[in-house]
Design a protein around this ligand. Structure first.
Ligand code: PEP
Ligand code: MG
Length: 577
């Protein structure tokens, strides 16, 4: 038996066989062909179809993104008219190589030549050449393409080097017992998705450790402790099986009381929201007892397709959610992409520090077409719902003003078009950049509410990448520095009568809840499976005692001391996960 240690990323226990996940790549077969004439014709037809498909994408991208962004598709189409490339393929086919392999040979030479050039623009072109090649291959081998397939026919523990949100979103959760990754940490987006789905996960095991796991090998995964056991014997597995049963039973028991409100013993009501990332989980979150949707990560609309979603598609998705939630609050966060959430269809180019680069609202402001379409779709959801808009990653007041200006434009356009729109809706921001927390009083003059995004706030405060297991020790969400920023944000909001929520992963961490309540937050929004327990914890608290705990914690000098203080006052909470 072998024991591997990683970072606890999603609580719960899983036992079962492993499946090593490789992101989908296409296997191209190399064949000797008999009839170069027919093969040449097959290639020509594939190029014609690929060009038509690219032209189609270009037309859609022009409508949705604007002509500037769509120009890349024009470049892609022109590659397929380049005589140097086409002659090279035909020459290989004449040498009796099948069209797929001939294309790969020609493209590889072309892409390598570009990749070796010193200029960054040319290096990026190499990626374009590969993308175009892939498109022609799709036409040559249509049967081999489909959505990312895991090949699961029985439930397994999925083991991967890393998982992007796009990888994770395409997996069938009913077939996944648990997730294990070499990279990533508790606030990486794959971990957040795992918690939302209630799938136990251990992340950040390291590449070497991961190499020890083979496909089909039996694993025990403890997502609460961050431990993975390989080939454990029956005696070792036994307590894990019992723990698993207890975990599930506890969860069910809390769930039975999930619809009771989260009100402290002395009468302070805390709104408990759900963080959701797609239509299905948004609808399901109701049954976990959420008072509303505190964070709708609208990225799901953008990650699944090859192109940005149209306004009509977005309106339809939002309406499906509002249909289920009626008049309960629903905070739609505008597109928050970049860094560990790349978009397949938006070429951002290389950035040395993506987490400090073009992401969140800055990306939307650089692509105002995208933001405008989304805002129009939100406004078009219709009257009678309690929809709110939230902008992510705001660092300065000018960004907030610019986003609101685009919102006003969207509103005017819709009015001119005589389309019915939501008249009155709150517009808030995520506070996840330290500058925004420090300037909360000024921002509160412009924002109707704040939601603290501690996942990012902590990484920016301690200058430690939230997905890098090597700096995980510096990632300290309960550090007094974080608590002081939360306090500053709450005070800034109060000065203008605004409400403040917190939608980072910290909101669902049992031992954090008393301090968060004591700091004066009005709302806590979390992954749905954490809601019943969080509500039960709030109901067990006294607000006055929580306030005095927060006051004491604010005076301390390290996270260790804060955790010690919590453990001394709430010994039971530290045991819960
Ligand atoms: C956060 O940063 O805390 C947050 C909720 O946003 P995300 O995790 O999607 O970056
Ligand atoms: Mg964030």
């Amino acid at each position: 038996m072998k024991t591997l240690r990683g970072i606890p990323a999603s609580p719960g226990i899983a036992l079962g066989p492993a499946l090593i996940y490789q992101p989908p790549t296409l296997q191209v077969e190399r064949r000797h062909i008999q009839d170069p004439g027919a093969e040449g014709e097959r290639f020509t037809q594939a190029v014609v179809r690929a060009k038509a498909a690219i032209a189609d994408l270009q037309a859609q991208a022009t409508a949705r993104l604007g002509p500037g962004e769509a120009a890349i598709f024009e470049a892609h189409r022109l590659f397929l008219e380049d005589p140097v490339l086409l002659d090279k393929v035909r020459q290989r086919i004449a040498e009796r190589v099948n069209a797929e392999a001939a294309l790969l040979d020609a493209l590889e030479g072309y892409a390598q030549a570009l990749a070796s050039l010193p200029d960054e623009t040319f290096r990026q072109r190499a990626a374009d050449v590969r993308a175009v090649g892939e498109r022609v291959l799709r036409e040559l081998m249509p049967a081999n393409w489909g959505p990312a397939q895991l090949g699961l026919n029985s439930p397994r523990i999925v083991v991967a080097r890393d998982l992007t949100p796009a990888d994770t979103i395409q997996m069938d959760p009913s077939q996944i017992l648990g997730l294990v990754t070499a990279l990533g940490g508790p606030t990486s987006h794959a971990a957040i998705l795992a918690r939302g789905l209630g799938i136990p996960a251990v992340m950040g095991l390291g590449e070497e450790a991961l190499a020890e796991i083979s496909s089909s090998g039996e694993l025990v995964l403890d997502g609460t402790e961050g431990v993975v056991l390989i080939d454990a014997d029956a005696a070792t597995r036994e307590p894990y099986l019992r723990q698993r049963e207890r975990f599930i039973a506890d969860r069910e028991q809390h769930r039975a009381e999930a619809l009771l409100p989260a009100q402290t013993r002395d009468g302070r009501r805390i709104e408990i929201g759900a963080n959701v990332g797609d239509v299905e989980s948004a609808v399901e979150a109701l049954s976990w007892g959420a008072d509303g949707i505190g964070l709708l990560r609208s990225e799901f609309l953008y990650l699944r397709s090859e192109l940005p979603p149209s306004e009509a598609e977005q309106v339809q998705a939002y309406r499906e959610i509002t249909k289920a939630w009626g008049e309960r609050p629903m905070v739609i966060r505008t597109l928050d992409i970049g860094a560990d959430k790349p978009l397949p269809w938006l070429r951002l180019g290389q950035e040395a520090n993506p987490f400090l680069g073009t992401r969140g609202l800055r990306l939307s402001l650089q692509y105002p077409h995208l933001l405008k379409t989304q805002l129009r779709a939100i406004l078009r959801i219709g009257a009678g719902y309690n929809v709110k808009i939230m902008f992510p990653m705001v660092a300065t007041i000018e960004e907030m003003r610019e986003a609101k200006r685009i919102l006003a434009e969207a509103r005017q356009e819709l009015q001119r078009e005589d389309l019915p729109i939501v008249e009155d809706l709150e517009v808030g921001i995520m506070v996840e950049v330290p500058s925004a927390a420090l300037m909360a009083a000024e921002l509160a003059a412009e924002a109707d509410f704040f939601s603290l995004g501690t996942n990012d706030l902590v990484q920016y405060l301690f200058a430690c990448d939230r997905t890098n297991p090597r700096v995980i020790d510096l990632y300290q969400p309960l550090h007094p520095a974080v608590l002081r920023l939360i306090r500053t944000t709450v005070e800034g909001a109060r000065a203008h009568g605004r409400w403040v929520g917190l939608c980072g992963e910290l909101a669902g961490v049992p031992e954090a809840i008393p301090i968060l309540v004591g700091l004066g937050l009005d709302e806590l929004s979390m992954n749905p499976p954490s809601i019943p327990q969080a509500k039960a914890i709030v109901r067990s608290l006294s607000y006055v005692e929580a306030q005095s705990l927060a006051e004491r914690a604010l005076q301390l000098s390290s996270e260790l001391e804060v955790r010690g203080l919590i453990a001394s006052l709430f010994p039971d909470l530290a045991q819960l996960h």
